[in-house]
Design a protein around this ligand. Structure first.
Ligand code: 3PG
Length: 307
């Protein structure tokens, strides 16, 4: 009988685990559950028996794959798969997948929530501003970017987007103004919401060059990845622009320095929580379980992300 391991350092909501279990057991497989583990060794041990794995931001390294001798498929229940060593997976003949779109609304709601939090002086009681009429720049127009646009329309924001990887008609078709470069986006907008993936091209790509183009009261909202930020240059911008704000769902490496220097205009969630809703956990977790079932039963590799 095939064994499907759900390995989550940050567990899914119980109702999502229940849904995953139903899909797995209905297919005739066994569910193994490893939650809140604290060492990689615990993951190696649990992975040893697994034919398939479902993870979140958990690191699926070469060592994990070495330990998982029976592993055929690993599904990242979520969008970003920068936590999986894709080259190692390909070498070992392991299929890696993500579940695109399944948790995106939750991330988008948090991004807008952070904008409200920032506009209202971080709920300090002092007089704030409104989002209506303010210029919002969406950097990358994938699933999350599109949900952000949809919700921001409800707030009456003036919405722009830049994404060279989507077909030209996608952005205007969503009622959003496309711009020709990242520079133009950052120059035009007071609010920037980041939705780029973390990869070799994007890591540390958001720094002085783009951020210094933003207005003095600019607000950067990062629900993407901490790795895309050039932290020292962001700090430089925040020093140069005393009203500039940074809100992030992914605590920076220089967490304490940000906290110390920019109190009142910097906020980081204690744990990445963009996709931390029951709905997102159910959608992404169940999609992952179904993708595993369809891979074993029908050879379906539609969501494969490695070569
Ligand atoms: C994603 O890439 O799907 C999000 O960053 C969510 O990550 P999480 O499942 O670790 O919360």
């Amino acid at each position: 009988m095939k064994k499907v391991l759900v390995a989550t350092d940050k567990p899914f909501a119980p109702v999502a685990v229940k849904g995953i279990r139903q899909v797995v057991e209905k297919a005739g497989y066994t569910l193994l559950l490893l939650e809140k583990y604290t060492t990689p060794e615990q993951l190696y041990e649990a992975a040893a028996e697994a034919d398939a794995m479902i993870v979140r931001s958990d690191l699926v390294t070469r060592e994990v794959m070495n330990a998982a001798k029976n592993l055929k498929i690993v599904v990242r229940a979520g969008a970003g798969y920068d936590n999986i060593d894709l080259a190692a997976a390909t070498e070992k003949g392991i299929v890696a997948m993500n579940t695109p779109g399944q948790n995106s609304n939750a991330v988008a709601e948090l991004a807008l929530g952070m904008m409200v939090y920032s506009a209202r002086g971080m709920f300090s009681g002092k007089s704030g501003t409104e989002l209506r009429g303010k210029k919002l720049g969406i950097h990358a127009f994938g699933f999350v970017g599109r949900y952000v646009a949809m919700i921001a329309k409800g707030f009456g924001m003036d919405i722009y987007a830049f994404d060279p990887f989507v077909p030209a008609e996608t952005i205007p078709a969503a009622g959003v103004k496309p711009v020709a470069s990242a520079e133009e986006l950052y120059k035009t907008c007071q609010y920037i919401s980041l939705h780029i993936p973390a990869n070799a091209e994007t890591k540390k790509s958001i720094g002085l060059k783009l951020l210094s183009l933003m207005p003095d009261d600019g607000v950067l909202v990062n629900t993407a990845r901490k790795e895309v930020i050039q932290e020292e240059e962001l700090m430089q911008v925040m020093e140069q622009k005393p009203r500039y704000q940074y809100l992030t769902d992914v605590a920076p490496d220089a967490f304490e320095a940000f906290q110390e220097k920019f109190a009142g205009r910097y906020y980081a969630t204690p744990k990445k929580m963009g996709a931390q809703t029951e709905e997102a956990n159910i959608n992404a977790g169940i999609a992952a379980a179904e993708q595993i079932r369809d891979f074993f039963e029908k050879g379906d590799i539609r969501f494969k992300v490695n070569k």
